[in-house]
Design a protein around this ligand. Structure first.
Ligand SMILES: Cc1ncc(C[n+]2csc(CCOP(=O)(O)OP(=O)(O)O)c2C)c(N)n1
Length: 354
């Protein structure tokens, strides 16, 4: 057993025709639009944070192919467990942009109306791996023909939760697809200081299942590999780990300054591998994209993003929800805190109106 590497669309937009997936024009356009939408959603979030209108935010700039390619390989009925940088997957899965903004503006209310099978963001690194394996195990026991997909970063592979989840998935052959977004850094820690393993995908081999590396900036490769892994999972073939080799072009979050730990030349090299640029070249070569379509799309997306921000900013969070969903039955100390906050808010409202 060894780890294979897959790439189909190179940085210059050239395609390996022997591996090119058969996708119709509509699907390719959907891939491209969703990647651009993700980037523009992301860019707007950073601007809002700098203006004090958004809380800490982790950009997915440069990782759009990994997110969108894998998301479109899923079926709506498959379980989806994100970390905190999976904006592109959430958008492709149809979660409204306004909900995503509401969440990052600080309200957990956004998680109350997520479409089915989409789990909330997991901030504690790697905890979602266990949830995903559990959901897959349950689906297998119930003989449901579905898979569960979990996303995590390179840093998450150093957590115990990751290893426990991988081991369980291997032993019980759960229908789980593990998608590692290897964006080369866990905050300031580079990938080579994270683990002595040559690849991250090879960790799957130790747990008795397939691991594969893919060019994470190549949406055709990410889509193809994820589609195959999901089909294998749903048909009883067990789990797969996919290491998407990509790069975090921006900062870890809005609280981070990456110039303190990485070289500008490295970032410049990765700029040349931009996932959106290469898909656009591919579409142009196929004669299905041009400057005028690009202009019209950008205008449409700008309006869509602005509308979502407006909706999010006009949303009034229900403060009780902060306490309500921590435990099934609210413990006394939380109840006391909630009552105190409610008292404080109603007093303030009374002061304001009086
Ligand atoms: C259990 C836990 N430990 C530490 C943190 C603080 N923390 C937040 S993100 C992060 C690094 C995650 O790196 P990686 O898994 O590579 O994902 P990336 O941020 O690169 O997408 C750390 C250590 C946390 N959120 N949870």
């Amino acid at each position: 057993m060894s780890v294979d590497w897959l790439s189909i669309l190179d940085a210059q937009g050239n395609v390996d025709e022997s591996l090119e997936p058969e996708l119709d024009t509509e699907t390719l356009e959907k891939f491209y639009r969703t990647m651009v939408l993700t980037r523009m959603y992301d860019d707007k979030a950073l601007k809002l944070q700098r203006q004090g209108r958004m809380l800490t935010f982790g950009s997915s700039l440069g990782q759009e192919a990994t997110a969108v390619g894998s998301a479109f390989a899923m079926k709506p009925d498959d379980w989806f467990f994100p970390a905190f940088r999976e904006h592109g997957v959430q958008i492709a899965r149809g979660i409204p942009l306004s909900l995503l903004y509401i969440y990052w503006m600080g309200s957990e209310d956004a998680n109350l109306t997520l479409p089915p099978k989409n789990f909330p963001v997991a901030i504690p690194v790697s905890t979602q791996v266990l949830h995903a394996v559990g959901a897959a195990w349950a689906a297998k026991l119930k003989k449901q023909n579905i898979a569960s997909v979990v996303y995590f970063g390179d840093g998450a592979t150093s957590e115990g939760d990751f290893h426990e989840g991988m081991n369980f998935a291997g032993v019980f052959k759960t229908p789980t697809v593990f998608i590692c977004q290897n964006n080369q850094y866990a905050i300031s820690l580079p990938r080579e200081k994270q683990t002595a393993s040559k690849t991250l995908a090879q960790k799957a081999l130790a747990y008795g299942f397939e691991g594969i590396q893919v060019d994470g900036n190549d949406i055709l490769a990410v889509y193809s590999v994820t589609l195959a892994a999901l089909e294998k999972a749903r048909s009883g073939g067990g789990p797969t780990m996919i290491e998407c080799f990509t790069y975090r072009m921006g900062s870890h979050t809005t609280s981070d300054d990456p110039t303190r730990y990485r070289q500008a030349a490295e970032v410049e090299e990765w700029k040349k591998k931009d996932p959106i640029k290469r898909l656009r070249i591919y579409l142009e070569k196929k004669g299905i994209w041009d400057q005028s379509r690009e202009g019209a799309m950008i205008k449409e997306i700008t309006d869509e993003v602005e509308k979502a921000v407006k909706e999010a900013e006009s949303y009034k969070p229900v403060v009780e929800n902060m306490f309500k969903y921590v435990y099934a039955d609210m413990p006394l100390h939380l109840k006391e805190q909630m009552d105190e906050l409610q008292g404080f808010i109603s007093k303030r409202r009374g002061d304001e109106s009086g």
